[in-house]
Ligand binder design. Structure first.
Ligand SMILES: [Zn+2]
Length: 446
């Protein structure tokens, strides 16, 4: 029996956080019509712009220059003239991006994950937190997961590796939410074996994991013919889930994979449902744009740079924030699951993982990971060192050798140019980023 649900709900209710009210609102909006949903989003966007204009020094200037707020009124048609908010602008402007009333809003500091360069610091507030948690719970319902059901987490960002006084709090939180956490900050062979043994012992209905960690675990189990517990669903996040990763995880764990996309500085942005027709965008919390080089929206099916506006964080509004990923808007109007939210076809990936050829063509990281789809390698990481130099780190499996790697090198040269040098380096371990993410592709070009 799931006795935790009433306990968690009572605690959320008593804390006055408003999480449950927002959760109901989200479900109601997504279950209603598309028009109402978009109108709701637009009202939120207008409120945010007005608030930013009145309370945030940077936006007072920028929104005036763009003509978005004139005589106390929002002119949404001028929104496209708002300059993108880059990480450099955030670092440069500092407290000019803070709202004058952020303390009253219960602001706290958070930082981006930092898988690409130095992290940026943002202020978030109580209301943002409540919407974000409500949205997290909502996305989990896509697989049928209810509050308080046992969840196995393959996790390990430095923030989760807390110590001292907070460790007890985290333990308490995990107990309350019925979470079993396994640290995947680094995954040696012994760690992976231990993680699988723990999983088989705990037999959780749900797994939440870094996409890459789950993929590594699935590959490890497969190549060592180890038995695995099959949960009802796996929710992956914090890294992109390439199609071949989904395939491996679904095969090995015999269940559906739900792909969630988000980032610490903006919360969860989109998540796929069991139909896997795309990722449902959290329009109640975000306004997303996928834009081309001319800053015009790209057409469905085309890759655009992703700009995120967080609708609920008034302490430090992020408007047209260039998050560092690219996305493909879906050509499908709605998902067959019946939810009203618009879809992203896919997230293309960290721009650091986008490679450049010497004649300036972009090659997405997915191309390279695809080449390793049937590889026996236990782990790999492809690094673009220069336009004509690619280095591939490999933790080899029993059959990893020239017969397998030479065709991969040939395919890379076909795309990157015949002068491109491809070097394989065998290693025992590939390090994760400081935030615990493990990247498949890294471009060291600026
Ligand atoms: Zn759907």
């Amino acid at each position: 029996m799931n006795w935790r649900k009433p306990l968690v709900c009572a605690m959320l209710h008593l804390s006055g956080s408003g999480v449950l009210t927002r959760l109901r609102r989200i479900a109601e909006l997504d279950g209603g019509g598309r028009q109402e949903l978009l109108q709701y989003q637009r009202r939120k966007l207008e409120n945010l712009l007005l608030h930013a204009f009145r309370n945030v020094p940077y936006y007072r200037r920028v929104l005036t220059e763009a003509g978005v707020v004139k005589e106390g009124k929002v002119r949404i048609e001028a929104f496209a003239d708002v300059p993108p908010l880059t990480k450099d602008v955030i670092r440069r402007e500092g407290s000019n991006l803070h709202s004058a009333d952020h303390r009253r809003r219960g602001s706290y500091e958070n930082a981006s994950g930092g898988s690409t360069g130095e992290p940026v610091r943002v202020l978030q507030d109580r209301r943002y937190w409540a919407w974000n948690i409500a949205n997290k719970i909502y996305y989990k319902t896509f697989g049928g997961q209810d509050i308080g059901e046992k969840e196995f987490r393959l996790w390990g960002s430095e923030r989760d590796l807390l110590y001292g006084r907070e460790r007890t709090l985290i333990r308490l939180r995990n107990w309350l939410y019925n979470r079993v956490e396994v640290n995947v900050f680094r995954m040696s062979e012994a760690d992976m074996r231990a993680a699988l043994e723990r999983l088989n012992k705990e037999r959780p209905p749900w797994i939440e994991a870094y996409a890459e960690s789950m993929d590594m675990l699935a590959r490890y189990a497969r190549s060592n013919h180890l038995p695995v517990h099959s949960p009802r669903g796996v929710l992956t996040s914090a890294g992109r889930l390439e199609p071949e990763m989904r395939q491996v995880i679904e095969e090995v764990f015999s269940c559906k994979v739900f792909d969630r996309y988000g980032a610490r500085e903006v919360g969860d942005i989109a998540c796929s449902c069991d139909r896997q027709e795309g990722l449902h965008v959290s329009v109640w919390n975000h306004y997303l744009e996928a834009l081309g080089e001319n800053m015009e929206p790209v057409s469905p099916g085309t890759i655009g740079t992703l700009y995120v506006t967080t609708l609920m964080n008034f302490s430090m509004p992020l408007i047209r924030y260039e998050i560092g990923d690219m996305a493909v808007p879906s050509g499908k109007d709605t998902c067959s699951c019946g939810r009203s939210t618009p879809l992203l076809a896919r997230i293309v990936g960290r721009t650091s993982g986008v490679f450049k050829t010497s004649d300036n063509k972009l090659v997405t990281g997915a191309f390279f990971t695809h080449l390793f789809r049937n590889s026996s390698a236990r782990q790999y990481q492809i690094i673009q060192k220069d336009y004509d130099r690619i280095e591939i780190l490999i933790v080899p499996g029993a059959e990893t050798g020239r017969a397998e790697l030479d065709p991969i090198a040939r395919d890379i040269k076909k795309v990157m140019g015949s002068r491109c040098e491809v070097k394989f380096c065998f290693t025992e371990e590939i390090a994760s980023t400081p935030s615990g993410k493990y990247l498949y592709t890294i471009s060291e070009l600026e």
